[in-house]
Write a protein that binds this ligand. Structure first.
Ligand code: BGP
Length: 468
């Protein structure tokens, strides 16, 4: 088997999020967020009726988990601050929430781990949702206030900041496709939310720049955004209509954010289709161009799980009257992760790297999430040792890292890799159905952590930077 080597200064780590790991949903002054509210109102929406309350019990296991990360040869990890924990209903710092994050960052430093801090991971505080959530411009301002308080509070501790994780997901899942609470099917609302999240991002970056200039943030700090850039593909021999489907699919999910974070603008062709052709009313205000111009970042993270394959839709609207831009295209050669229903296509990460190199050549990026979630992993245990034998995880990561190495060799500015869910965690409505970790969490044994077979492989790669 060919060996690929990643640069020695390439970083290796893991990604997680506050709401999926911390637990302590109502302790230390934490307010309810939408996951808690949905769990309280309708627990049957969650796999095995496991709601948002405990995460993977990270607040009780963090020292052990940080030691595990370090022991696996990792140098960094990303988590998120929970808005509902750090800020009270008056927009001020909740001292108990701040104390938890100070302690976590201190313990991480002590363990020799760099923490990447994201400020929003699908976790809108419920009292703000009741005031319109992302549909309300005041909530964008409240978010910028929260971000500024976080920059001030932790500005001397944290080097790498991110405004949002996968900002496309809430417009799509909550407002357009009806998957997550409040389960709407309203494309007009989704566009308002997508637009306002872009404004919120830009406002937060502007606050960051002001505080940076004022010396409140350490000099070597950087700010970015993390998106699930799924390279968009269509048929090999596409019709005009297939290419049009590709333009809007790529435009809404990828170019929207890439243009915002590199040029401080939203893609004109997408806005034109929305406003002129479909009559969507965006919550635009005078001077928004100047606001969005503040959204340019220092680098970005790319979460990559699956490609997006589309073709022309067979009808113009769905059953709720929303416009249909594209339909899924089933590639005849596709390989699936059946547990999650996602295609496995490692070359997609290479294609993303080449897209950046060609279209956004200055942009530096890293793989901020990549991973494979498998259902009923306990069936794959070694009968003697009881260890999960997850060779499929080794294959998945090896194949992706191989394409990352090839992309770097071909000029991609990719500087690191974070695996998603190093330690099994709570996956939103899927709860603990699909396990992502290199380390198992035993829900029947007080959330005990146990390395899977893949952990040994990961350690070797992280320490040598040789992908074999
Ligand atoms: C990403 C999210 C993560 C994580 C991951 C795996 O989109 O940023 O929060 O959940 O996907 O997806 P899932 O947990 O839905 O299987």
């Amino acid at each position: 088997m060919a060996q690929y080597e990643l640069p020695q200064n390439f970083f290796f780590g893991a990604a997680m999020s506050g709401p999926q790991t911390e637990g302590g949903w109502n302790t230390g002054g934490k307010l309810e967020n939408l996951w808690d509210t949905w769990s309280n109102e309708d627990i049957s929406s969650f796999y095995n009726r496991v709601g948002s309350y405990v995460g993977n019990d990270f607040m009780h296991h963090y020292k052990e988990d940080l030691a595990l990360l370090k022991d696996l040869g990792l140098d960094s990890y990303r988590t998120s601050i929970q808005w509902s924990r750090l800020i009270d209903q008056d927009g001020n710092i909740n001292p108990e929430g701040a104390a938890w994050y100070h302690e976590l960052f201190r313990a991480s430093r002590e363990a020799g781990l760099e923490v990447f801090v994201n400020l929003y991971h699908f976790d809108m505080p419920t009292y703000l949702f009741r005031r319109g959530g992302w549909q309300n411009r005041e909530v964008c301002e409240a978010y910028a206030n929260y971000a500024a308080k976080a920059f001030e509070e932790f500005g001397q501790e944290i080097r790498y900041w991110f405004t949002f994780n996968e900002p496309i997901v809430e417009p799509e899942q909550r407002y357009w496709h009806g998957v997550w609470y409040p389960r709407h099917h309203n494309f007009q609302e989704a566009c308002e939310v997508q637009y306002n999240i872009s404004i919120a991002h830009a406002l937060a970056v502007s606050r960051y720049r002001e505080l940076y200039r004022a010396g409140k943030i350490r000099e070597d700090a950087r700010i970015g955004m993390i998106c699930n850039f799924s390279p968009s593909y269509t048929k090999d021999d596409p019709s005009e209509a297939d290419l049009e489907a590709l333009r809007m699919n790529d435009g809404l999910t990828n170019r929207w954010w890439l243009d915002l974070v590199t040029r401080g603008k939203l893609p004109a062709d997408v806005i034109k289709t929305l406003v002129d052709d479909l009559g969507i009313v965006l919550p635009q205000r005078p001077y928004d161009e100047a606001v969005l111009a503040g959204g340019v970042v220092d680098w970005i993270g790319c979460n990559y799980y699956q490609p997006s394959r589309v073709q022309a839709p067979s009808k113009t609207h769905d059953e709720w009257g929303n416009p249909l831009f594209a339909e899924p295209y089933i590639w005849p050669e596709r390989v699936m992760n059946e547990s999650r229903g996602w295609e496995i296509y490692p070359k997609g990460i290479y294609d993303f790297g080449m897209k950046c190199k060609n279209e956004y050549p200055e942009l530096e990026w890293f793989v901020s999430e990549n991973g494979i979630g498998i259902e009923r992993e306990y069936l794959n245990k070694d009968p003697e040792t009881q260890q999960v034998m997850d060779d499929y995880r080794i294959d998945f990561v090896r194949d992706h890292l191989t394409w990352v190495a090839r992309a770097i060799a071909d000029g991609a500015r990719c500087v690191g890799y974070h695996y998603w869910g190093l330690i099994d965690n709570w996956s939103w409505a899927n709860a603990f159905k699909n396990r992502y970790g290199f380390v198992e969490v035993d829900l029947m044994e007080n959330y005990e952590r146990r390395p899977k077979k893949s952990a040994t492989w990961l350690k070797q790669v992280a320490e040598t930077h040789v992908v074999a």
